[in-house]
Structure formats: structure tokens, C-alpha cells
Design a binder for this molecule. Structure first.
Ligand SMILES: NC(=O)c1ccc[n+]([C@@H]2O[C@H](COP(=O)([O-])OP(=O)(O)OC[C@H]3O[C@@H](n4cnc5c(N)ncnc54)[C@H](O)[C@@H]3O)[C@@H](O)[C@H]2O)c1
Length: 424
């Protein structure tokens, strides 16, 4: 698709997303009209945001893509990145519609973006940009309209500025319009580790379903040791798994007897390099993908498991913490070799499910304890994992994957909502 609503949208990412959507529509036997709806956003808003940078005005380009709201308010992050395009933003918003649908939460999908390298801005300039984004899009946002959250390049502080700006314009506090806010400003402590925790609940559920025993005693390797990877390692270890490898761009630490995850996190947060961990063997960054492990969690970036290295992967279960870490060619190879992949759309949904829980708290001006919130998140992740497993066993298509099952479930829920509303 080279243009949407008259705007140019060349993007390989968008083309790939539409291919994935088309495959799922075919596997699930959906009507063509379902593809027609989901292959384009309902609304795209492009805005100019003037900010005084180093004394002179720079005008930044921003977008909000409101992809589909059949299931509820649009929901998805805001990305600050120098190379983001409208086409990429549409792809990301499309994936949010599917992820939120699969998660079983009452949200449609959306995504926002600003073409900027946030690292080049001073704090005050970044604040002005965040506030300018909200001023430009105020009428399109709202707790029951469109609820943004952080994504690449944005964080809880930026959400705090945004919720403040929105509340100022509204003339009253409206906490539920942004999620993943700081704990002190209507946020929830579980948010920090929600994605990594969710990945491990999904891993535990699939281990039980596939092999009859959970993570206890299983060997786990984690590739990528940022927010997702560190907390996945932490919860895997807490649930009794043996974390045998952790890796970041500095290298892999491998210890078949198990790594002290608290120590590894402490070292990573102190020096920025996991390779400074005292002990274990020191290997190359990608070696965490190839070590002897029962479960592999790719939690770094996209396309890490691809045609050139897939034959070296030894794990029997791959749980995608990162978005898009397994290429389609690699997935085909792994599927033929009996490896199960728990897809990103299911495995890393803990963050957005936590956003939903924060929104529910904010709408009622109440808070759950950390334990209660985590318990709710865990139950949703476990339940969703089981639903996907059941769907997978129902699919009669040759070489169907768990990803196919997840996407079919996601589309089914949106399709039902669109039918009930009389859209299709
Ligand atoms: N943080 C979330 O809530 C969240 C939610 C959903 C999906 N994700 C996805 O998870 C992935 C990681 O996100 P994050 O927030 O943890 O990012 P992050 O920046 O905190 O961490 C990324 C980590 O990956 C490592 N890394 C990058 N390239 C590597 C390589 N080639 N080899 C080894 N390590 C490498 C980095 O050193 C870093 O430790 C992304 O794909 C992201 O889209 C994150």
C-alpha cells in the first residue's frame, strides 16, 4: 500500500504486516471485508509541532494513527524516533488492534509517532515537544477515545508531562488518558516489570501444556538484557528455572549451573554491560541464541533469529519477548523441526495488559496493591496463553503455527465486534 487517505506510506514494515494479516485472514477463513477493514486505519492525523530548540523554532512532524475502535478506545504507544514514517506508524497501529484484541481487553488499536531523535533535545525542549503533541491532538485523545502510552524513545516522565498538559486544557485532572505514568502520578509499580513477567507466565503455561511440567528446573536463555530481558530473567529465576545465559550488545554470559540474576541485573545497571558479571563463560552477543537451553527468550530487537542462524538454535520452546525477533523463513524451519514459538503478539502483551489495569484503577480513582495487580496480570496472561493453545490444536491448516492461532483469535474478536455493530 503506497498511500493511505492520500498520504504516502511506503514502508516495508507495513507491507510485511499486511502480508501477515492476509495470511491470518486466509488461515482463519475470514471474509474479504475483514481484510479490507483491518488493512487500513480508520483515521490518520498528521500534525506540525513547533518547539524552540537552541533558541530557534524547529517544526516537528507528528502522527496519531487510529486504526480500529470496534472493541473500544484506540490504544497504543507514542514513538519518538528520527526515522519513523507514517507507513511504519500505520503498521504499528494495525498490530496494536490485533494485540489488544488477543489480550481480551476492551481496546482498539492506535499508535503515535514524532520524527525526532529525543537524545538531541534538552529536557525542557523534550517537555515542550511532549506538551505540543498533546495540544495538537487534544480533541482526538481521551480516556474513552484514544489512550496513548510510551513506546521507543518515550517514557513515564513524558507521559507525566502529557497527562498534565491534557488535564490543564480540560480544566480538571484526567489520569486515565495516558498509561504507564510514574508511580507517584497515578501509575502502578507492576508496570516496570509487566512485559518480562508476562513473557514468563506465557513460558510457564506453554511448558506445562507441551511438556507437562512448568519452568521449575528448566534451562532458560535470555537474549537482550534491557527492560523485557532483565525482568524475564528475574521472574524465570523466581519461578524456579535455571537461567543459563543472558546477553546484551556487550556479549553473552553463559553458566550451565545457573546465573545469579539479581547480580547480573545489579552489574548491568551499574556498568551498562552484562559481560561485567563476575563468573560464567563470556561469549559473543548472539551466542545466547545457540546455547543448550530448554527455553529461549529473544528480548533484544527484530530479526535476530533468521535464515542464516536458525539451524544453530537448540531450544524446543521460543518465547518472543521482543517484537518480530523470528523471521518467517526461520519460523518455517523451526516449525518443521518441532520447535514451538510463542509469538510476540501473545508473549509480550504484559505491558499493554498492565496499561489496561492502570486505566481501570484511574477511572475509579483507586489503586490495587502490587501483589493484587500482578496476580490479575498473571491470570490474564495464563488464560490468553491457554486460549491460543486450544485454538492451535483446532487449526486444521497444514504447517499452522501458534502465531497463526493467535492471529486468528485476534481477528475473530474484532470481526465479531464489527458484525454486532453492523459494520460488516
Ligand atoms: N519494554 C516493554 O514494555 C516492551 C513491550 C512489548 C515489546 N517490547 C519489545 O521487546 C524488545 C526489547 O525492548 P526493551 O524495552 O527491553 O528494550 P531495551 O532497550 O530496554 O533493551 C534491549 C536490550 O537488547 C540488547 N541488544 C540489542 N541488540 C542486541 C544484539 N544484537 N545482541 C544482544 N543483545 C542485544 C541491548 O543491549 C539491551 O540490553 C523490543 O523488540 C520491544 O519492542 C518491549
Amino acid at each position: 500500500m503506497n498511500s493511505v487517505l492520500g498520504m504516502p506510506t511506503q514502508s516495508i514494515f507495513l507491507q510485511d504486516t499486511l502480508k501477515t494479516l492476509m495470511r491470518a485472514v486466509e488461515v482463519g477463513g475470514f471474509d474479504k471485508i475483514v481484510y479490507d477493514y483491518l488493512s487500513r486505519p480508520m483515521r490518520v492525523i498528521a500534525v506540525s509541532i513547533p518547539v524552540r530548540v537552541n533558541g530557534s523554532i524547529t517544526i516537528f512532524e507528528g502522527y496519531r494513527v487510529q486504526h480500529n475502535n470496534a472493541l473500544g478506545p484506540f490504544k497504543g504507544g507514542i514513538r519518538f524516533h528520527p526515522e519513523v514514517t507514517l507507513g511504519d506508524d500505520i503498521a504499528l497501529a494495525t498490530l496494536m488492534t490485533l494485540k489488544n484484541s488477543l489480550a481480551g481487553i476492551p481496546y482498539g488499536g492506535g499508535k503515535g509517532a514524532v520524527r525526532v531523535n529525543p537524545k538531541t533535545l534538552k529536557a525542557k525542549e523534550l517537555e515542550e515537544l511532549a506538551r505540543g503533541y498533546v495540544r495538537a491532538l487534544y480533541s482526538a485523545l481521551g480516556p474513552d477515545v484514544d489512550i496513548p502510552a510510551p513506546d521507543v524513545g518515550t517514557n513515564p516522565q513524558i507521559m507525566a508531562w502529557m497527562v498534565d498538559e491534557y488535564s490543564k486544557i480540560a480544566g480538571k485532572n484526567i489520569p486515565a488518558v495516558f498509561t504507564a505514568k510514574p508511580i507517584e502520578l497515578w501509575g502502578n509499580p507492576v508496570r516496570e516489570y509487566a512485559t518480562g513477567y508476562g513473557v514468563i507466565v506465557a513460558a510457564e503455561t506453554f511448558m506445562k501444556e507441551l511438556f507437562g511440567s512448568g519452568l521449575s528446573g528448566a534451562r532458560v536463555s535470555i537474549h537482550g538484557f534491557g527492560n523485557t530481558g532483565q525482568w524475564a530473567a528475574y521472574w524465570a529465576s523466581k519461578m524456579g528455572a535455571k537461567v543459563v545465559a543472558v546477553a546484551d550488545t556487550s556479549g553473552t554470559v553463559y553458566d550451565p549451573n545457573g546465573i545469579d540474576v539479581n547480580k547480573a541485573m545489579e552489574v548491568k545497571n551499574k556498568t551498562g554491560k552484562v559481560i561485567d558479571y563476575p563468573g560464567g563463560q563470556k561469549l559473543k552477543p548472539d551466542d545466547a541464541l545457540y546455547v543448550n537451553a530448554d527455553v529461549l527468550v529473544p528480548a533484544a530487537i527484530e530479526n535476530t533469529i533468521n535464515a542464516s542462524n536458525v539451524s544453530r538454535v537448540k531450544a524446543k520452546l521460543i518465547v518472543e519477548g521482543a517484537n518480530g525477533p523470528t523471521t518467517p523463513e526461520a519460523e518455517e524451519y523451526l516449525t518443521q523441526h518441532g520447535v514451538t514459538i510463542v509469538p510476540d503478539i501473545l508473549a509480550n502483551a504484559g505491558g499493554v495488559i498492565m496499561s489496561y489495569l492502570e486505566w481501570v484503577e484511574n477511572l475509579q480513582w483507586m489503586t490495587w496493591s502490587e501483589d493484587e495487580t500482578r496476580d490479575r496480570l498473571g491470570k490474564i496472561m495464563e488464560n490468553n496463553s491457554r486460549k491460543v493453545m486450544n485454538k492451535y490444536s483446532e487449526l486444521k491448516v497444514k504447517n499452522a503455527t501458534v502465531r497463526d492461532a493467535a492471529l486468528v483469535l485476534a481477528i475473530e474478536r474484532v470481526e465479531k465486534a464489527m458484525k454486532l455493530r453492523g459494520w460488516i
